[in-house]
Design a protein around this ligand. Sequence first.
Ligand code: UD1
Length: 418
Amino acid sequence: MNDRFLVTGGARLHGEVSVVGAKNSVLKLMAAALLAEGRTTLTNCPEIADVPLMADVLRGLGAVVTLDGETVTIDTPAEPKFHADFDAVKQFRASVCVLGPLIARCRRAVVALPGGDAIGSRPLDMHQAGLRALGAHSTIEHGCVVAEAESLTGAAIALEFPSVGATENILMAAVLANGTTTIDNSAREPEIIDLCVMLKQMGARISGEGTSTLTVTGVAKLSPTTHVVVGDRIVAATWGIAAAMTRGDIRVTGVDPAHLQLVLNKLVDAGAEVERFSDGFRVRQTDRPRAVNFSTLPFPGFPTDLQPMAIGLAAVAEGMSVITENVFEARFRFVEEMVRLGSDARTDGHHAVIRGIEQLSSAPVWCSDIRAGAGLVLAGLVADGITEVHDVFHIDRGYPEFIGKLRSLGAEIERVNG
Ligand code: UD1
């Protein structure tokens, strides 16, 4: 639990690296398997800590789950249990995505609230409002979201904000509702499209995926399926930004570069040469990166999950960058760790102003979440000396084989227990 990384700065990363399926997709696809009795198989799954945790949540609901490398098999019973208790869900927020499938299948769902998060408060009001619009009664009782419905009926739902999690829960409830549901201002992330692709293979009737209006016509029953998880654009972009920060040359495969248009364009603005291929991209940076401004927004905007890496890039860029966080209010806590590494950075509300310096200065730093952890490792790669990155269990939740891949690209990094 208390493992740390020792990162020696100075290497220019170079070589080829492949990414597998996205964490933010696989966990939802595993939950979607609850929608159909029988065996669902997911391939290209990342071997990260959150996948066995989600397997435990599903086991607690009566499913039989097998993890075999990058293949996850879920056997869903005819009558799943409807109560995901605190022990199962406490370790990760994404477990809340069983809410939609459970209300759809069991007409009743009790899902313990996993509590606060280091990146922000993450309320569930839009999830609940959506389920209520479909005819469910939803309350928070004794630390659990409780939802019940005699039947679910399609409705016109407009989200206040294109929330990824709310879109997914409402979608997964609507696929088995009576009649047609529209979700306006829905999230458009590639992981939402991936979920729609799988649900359609299962027999769901959905249109509009990838746009801001999803239309779902409920069906009586879904069938299990086999599905390949979409490549992880956040992990892929982490490698691209690492190439730019370390003035390296990395080819990334296993991802659709169309999912990273804006990110790759920003790297070009920073002075990188970027080539796009059908299954990936290459980022090459020879000179010191130039300062670039970033503003996080729902897809197709710049992903909030890459904000720590953008701050890392800005920290060593030539000039001043302004980074605006519009999705998770507490994500700038990461900046305090960057200041420890010598970054000239200030925050004011939603904005961070960073004056780039040539090289950061190694120091002990602490990960507060998955992406902050990856950002600190990248920062350590451009610091003098050895940076000790603590609490790396956060990184294990989202980056498969992180150390091995970094080493294969020429980084000097080791894991120390305790
Ligand atoms: C998902 C991703 C996370 C990513 C985020 C935004 C997973 C497991 N996690 O998180 O990595 O950073 O999308 O791309 O897929 N909100 C409300 N009420 C709600 C729901 C959300 O106010 O009912 C707010 C949140 O507090 C946040 C914003 O909406 O400020 C976006 O959250 P959301 O898109 O729902 O993110 P998650 O699904 O939690």
